[in-house]
Ligand binder design. Structure first.
Ligand code: GDP
Ligand code: MG
Length: 193
């Protein structure tokens, strides 16, 4: 997709604030600092449309970015950030679960994992939560630029095994730094629209 027009529609917390339109939505998921906002920026070819946080655990809203009046990327707060209070964590859980499980325009969740490491227990829990709710997942294995190409295949295999990857889902080797995987990710997204 060639992207010329992007607009932040709203930063929402409650369902009443979600956009009313019917555009297909793709929500990001992944631990704090894994590269969710960088993924959005790379897909949109913008430097700083989605805010890249130097401080992890910062985005506490669902940010709806409308692209070409055709689809919406939803940037979400990450999980697995230790320095967050119990009540903040509970609020996060309610917000995410409410959105993910009761949002008809949601076509797929784009789950970002760090290709350098085995998926964390939080990554596994998120993936299994999505599968439990029959939500399609596009797994983006990012930061591929940080490991040698010779390790990519092994890393993808480990990610699949650890997540108990559903053969119907897609996984993409990606780098927000180099742009690797961008066209493949767009192809999958466009197929689901
Ligand atoms: N080398 C490299 N760095 C990345 C990549 N994706 C994200 N980063 C860096 O990882 C940090 C966290 O990224 P961010 O997008 O804010 O993560 P978020 O918290 O999941 O939204 C930033 O310093 C990014 O520049 C990537 O593909 N390659
Ligand atoms: Mg972010």
């Amino acid at each position: 997709m060639k992207v010329n027009q992007v607009e932040l529609l709203i930063s929402a917390v409650r369902p009443e604030q979600y956009p009313k339109g019917q555009l297909p939505e793709f929500a990001l998921a992944g631990r704090s600092n894994v590269g969710k906002s960088s993924f959005i920026n790379r897909m949109l070819q913008r430097k700083a449309m989605a805010r890249i946080s130097s401080k992890p655990g910062k985005t506490q809203t669902l940010n709806f970015y409308e692209v070409e009046q055709k689809l919406i990327f939803v940037d979400v707060p990450g999980y697995g950030y230790a320095k967050i209070s119990k009540s903040e964590r509970a609020k996060w859980g309610v917000m995410m679960e409410t959105y993910m499980t009761d949002r008809p325009p949601l076509k797929a969740v784009i789950q970002i994992v760090d290709m350098r490491h085995k998926p964390s227990s939080d990554d596994v829990a998120m993936y299994q939560f999505l599968k439990h709710h029959d939500i399609r997942v596009i797994v983006i294995a990012t930061k591929s630029d940080k490991i040698p190409k010779g390790r990519w295949q092994k890393s993808i295999k480990e990610i699949k095994e650890t997540l108990k990857f559903d053969a119907d889902d897609n996984i993409v080797t990606f780098s927000s730094e180099s742009g690797l995987g961008k066209d493949q990710a767009w192809k999958i997204i466009e197929k689901f629209m």
